[in-house]
Design a protein around this ligand. Structure first.
Ligand code: B3K
Ligand code: ZN
Length: 858
């Protein structure tokens, strides 16, 4: 396969200002006629080259005359053209019902829909399928009226009518020029939940959430999140919606979360459908976040799009930053920040430390679908957050205004964004740009000394080597810090923001009377790993006294992490070592602090995940980590049993279900307390969990209890799983939870259970949510996946080889856990490599999988 390089970018030879598409829709045979007004750009004599993937033209005409001198080259249609402007028409035939890749035009549960980003449009029609070709689209659809009563496309509806033989047609027009990846259409038997939104300039927008009729009563949360997002973007960024309609369609088969097609977002149903009986608080939050994210793309992505796919983080990093800020504003900013940092550490840090590491603006790829990564999205968002921190809110907003104004209607680059920020703020971001070009997570060592009224903080940064980048330059790190007095517990001075730019720096503090304790990288102001020698006592102190909730959480996590890493190293899974005592005391203090928000408490007392513990070690020992963590969990459960019961009881007394921040916090704490009570081995814990499961008036409590039981040997476990299955067997999103809960189980027999679940009649590789619920969940279950026998690796590789034949994009996304072999002992590493080699040799392997597997082996 051919390597695509950023430095090879060349502007398009032809632009296509106007496109008219005509679809005769049918699941088995859809005819697509495309009419392109093409214009030569600049003085060259190159032919028109239209991307195509799996297409054969039924006809090609130029200015109304059929031509025969076209040719196909690697799927592309090459059309020699004499002049500088022509009308080129093509016709092709597709079979959406056989499209299992879910890219292009495909069928999901009887609905016809499209997914074009990044390069799916070329599976629908011949076109210059690149984001810097912007066109105005006119779309006509014709279909059987009984099967496809609803016909939607981008922009505004302009006409519709009957077509005879039980068919009807509709025409839509999108006045905003857009790249082909934002094209969308939907045809199906859909019901709609309608709303309206009046924009800041007083225009009325008709909103619609389209789903199958039986799902209609689960669309209210999404609709209200949409309205909230629209108002938030006006208030926070001054960005107003620009069409008369905004439609969202939910489908069950979707390769990722959702898609921001202009005026017609298409969603994975898991990010639209929610009601208390079937969706957890986490699901509700995710629905609102994804609805907001896709809506925000209307400006950061659609009005200003990307010049080429290397600039992907221009829209994705910025839009994730925008949706994170939105969610923070809806509830507790501290808890939101904790969640975001946790997922950054779970997904992005390992990526940045492994064989697939890449800068947020990559330099090369084989398959662009593989670059919709945690690095592009989440590290990209952290980079925007750092810019906002360095500039301050007003200059940041001025920079955004300038960017949107200057690049509206164009395809821009990351450089354009950074330059706008510089121009609006007068700040120099030259060195900061390294965040766009260097991969790897910076590590910062921080040492604080104190002598005679003077404290000295010595900082040293280094960025580890990553594939293709041996040598790194120092980064600009915005570091928020504050000192606290060890005796008084009071802050010694204000919070400071320092911009570290050199490899080593020393910061001096005068007039420090008492021994200072360092609160560092507060709010996670830079996405780095902090290496500090703070003692357990100092971390416990910060866990109690820090006024930055994130730093307080962080101190607790570090305390737990240090204790766990020490007991893993000592091969010590007994409850009697000293590290446990500091952790127990800190958790007790947290539970006893009446000033703390229950949602925060629930986060702060949670032990670091097994994989995050593994990330701290030179060689990951999954079994030792599991034992040490279970021992600590058991100990915390036992020693603090009274407190867990009290927390459990008071959180249970919250009354009937309500979706409020306060009620959510209590539900979260309730299930965390239940988890520790289960770990304690208390005789009644299984019964308590079953009661929570059985009495629950909402999915958060029910799934929380099911999760606790699923990982246990309690006699209530099997009955609970069966009841859950039977109750929700007709709801695919809830069945996904049934699969993933079992795949994440801490039991010894998880691998065998998962192998059996892969043969369950409800398991289907062809549905991406279902595939992820089993294979994706299992491969992050560190101990089960890394079973010394290698059976976990073999299982995942077998599944991925099968899935690759159906849906390469989703298969390739699930490969990275197998690629982390360098982090494990020689025996495991050899077994992981053997599976990767088997994958690389699989007949007919996709480019997607080849790229992931071969890079992982290198
Ligand atoms: N832009 C899409 C992602 C497309 C992924 C293509 N493999 C959704 C989003 O980020 O909002
Ligand atoms: Zn996005």
């Amino acid at each position: 396969p051919q390597v695509i390089r950023r430095q090879d970018y060349r502007p398009p030879d032809w632009q296509v200002p106007e496109v008219a598409l005509d679809f005769a829709l049918d699941p088995a045979a859809t005819r697509v006629k495309a009419r392109l007004e093409v214009v030569r750009t600049g003085a060259h004599d190159r032919p028109l080259v239209l991307d195509g993937d799996g297409l054969t033209p039924l006809s090609v005409t130029v200015d109304g005359v059929t031509i025969n001198d076209w040719r196909l080259e690697d799927g592309r249609l090459v059309v020699p053209l004499p002049g500088s402007a022509h009308v080129v028409e093509t016709e092709v035939e597709l079979a959406p019902e056989r499209n299992t890749q879910l890219m292009g035009l495909y069928a999901s549960g009887g609905i016809l829909c499209t997914q074009c980003e990044a390069e799916g449009f070329r599976r629908i029609t011949f076109f210059p399928d690149r984001p810097d070709v912007l066109s105005r689209y006119r779309v006509r659809m014709m279909a059987d009226k009984a099967r496809f009563p609803v016909l939607l496309a981008n922009g505004d509806p302009i006409a519709h009518g009957e077509a005879g033989e039980g068919r009807h047609w509709a025409e839509w027009h999108d006045p905003f020029p857009k790249p082909s990846y934002l094209f969308a259409l939907v045809a199906g038997d859909l019901a709609v939940n309608r709303g309206t939104f009046t924009t800041m300039s007083g225009r009325e927008v008709e909103l619609g959430i389209w789903v199958r009729a039986r799902d209609l009563d689960r669309t209210h949360h999404a609709l209200s999140a949409l309205k909230t997002s629209m108002a938030w973007d006006e208030r926070t960024y001054g960005r107003e919606y620009d069409l008369d309609v905004f439609n969202i369609v939910a489908v069950d088969d979707f390769n990722f979360g959702a898609m921001e097609n202009k005026g017609l977002n298409i969603f994975n149903s898991r990010y639209i459908l929610a009601d208390p009986d079937t969706a957890t608080d986490y699901d509700y939050d995710a629905v609102a976040a994804v609805v907001a994210h896709e809506y925000f793309h209307n400006w950061s992505g659609n009005r200003v799009t990307c010049r080429d796919w290397f600039q992907l983080s221009l829209k994705e990093g910025f839009t994730v930053y925008r949706d994170q800020s939105f969610s923070a504003d809806q509830g507790s900013p501290a808890v939101k920040r904790i969640e975001d940092v946790r997922s950054l550490r779970a997904a992005q840090f390992p990526e940045d430390a492994g064989p697939l590491a890449h800068p947020i603006r990559p330099d090369a790829y084989l398959e662009i679908s593989n670059f919709y990564t945690a690095t592009i999205y989440n590290k990209g968002a952290e980079v925007i957050r750092m810019i906002a921190t360095i500039l301050g809110p007003q200059a940041f907003r001025a920079g955004c205004d300038l960017y949107f104004e200057r690049f509206d209607g164009t395809a821009a680059t990351c450089e354009d964004f950074v330059a706008s920020m510089e121009e609006a703020s007068g700040k120099d971001l030259a060195q900061f740009r390294r965040w766009y070009s260097q991969a790897g997570t910076p590590r910062v060592a921080a040492t604080l000394t104190h002598e005679g009224g003077r404290a000295e903080l010595r900082l040293a940064q280094r960025v580890p080597p990553t594939p293709g980048q041996e040598h790194k330059e120092p980064m600009v790190l915005p570091l928020k810090l504050r000192l606290f007095g060890a005796e008084t517990g009071r802050p010694l001075g204000d919070e400071q923001l320092i911009l570290m730019t050199d490899s080593t720096e020393t910061i001096t503090f005068e007039g420090v009377g008492e021994r200072p304790v360092l609160s560092f990288n507060r709010g996670f102001s830079a996405p780095i790993v902090v290496e500090s020698d703070r003692s357990a006592a100092d971390l416990a102190f910060l866990g109690r006294h820090d006024d930055d909730p994130f730093a307080r959480y962080e101190a607790m996590q570090q305390l737990m992490l240090d204790a766990l890493v020490a007991s893993v190293a000592a091969g010590n899974d007994s409850s009697q070592d000293g590290g446990h005592q500091a952790v127990l005391a800190a958790i007790a203090d947290t539970l006893d602090d009446p000033a703390l928000d229950p949602a925060f408490i629930a986060e702060a007392v949670l032990l670091p995940s097994e994989s995050f513990i593994g990330d701290q070690m030179a060689v990951v020992d999954p079994d030792a980590i599991f034992r040490a963590r279970e021992a600590l969990r058991r100990n915390i459960g036992r020693e603090l049993e009274g407190r867990w019961r009290a927390a459990y009881d008071s959180a249970s007394a919250a009354g009937p279900y309500a979706y409020t921040s306060a009620a959510k916090g209590l539900r979260r704490l309730r299930t965390v307390a239940l988890g520790f009570l289960m770990a304690s081995g208390a005789a009644d814990a299984g019964a308590l969990a079953f009661r929570q499961f059985d009495d629950a008036d909402n999915m958060t409590d029910r799934q929380g209890a099911l999760g606790a039981l699923a990982g246990s040997n309690a006699p209530e476990r099997v009955p609970a799983l069966d009841i859950f299955y039977n109750r929700y067997s007709d709801n695919p999103l809830v069945l996904d939870k049934w699969f993933s809960t079992q795949a994440l189980s801490a039991r010894d027999d998880t691998l065998a259970a998962v192998e059996e679940l892969a043969r369950h009649p409800d398991f289907a590789l062809a549905n991406p949510n279902r595939a992820r619920s089993l294979i994706g969940a299992f491969s992050v279950n560190q101990r089960a996946f890394h079973a010394a026998s290698g059976a976990g690796y073999r299982f995942v590789a077998d599944q991925l080889i099968q899935l690759d034949r159906i849906n390469p994009q989703t298969a390739a996304k699930l490969l990275p856990p197998l690629g982390r072999w360098r982090r494990f002992d020689a025996a495991r590493a050899a077994r992981m490599r053997a599976e990767l080699e088997r994958i690389v040799k699989a007949p007919g392997l996709s480019r997607d999988m080849f790229e992931q597997a071969s890079k992982s082996l290198a």
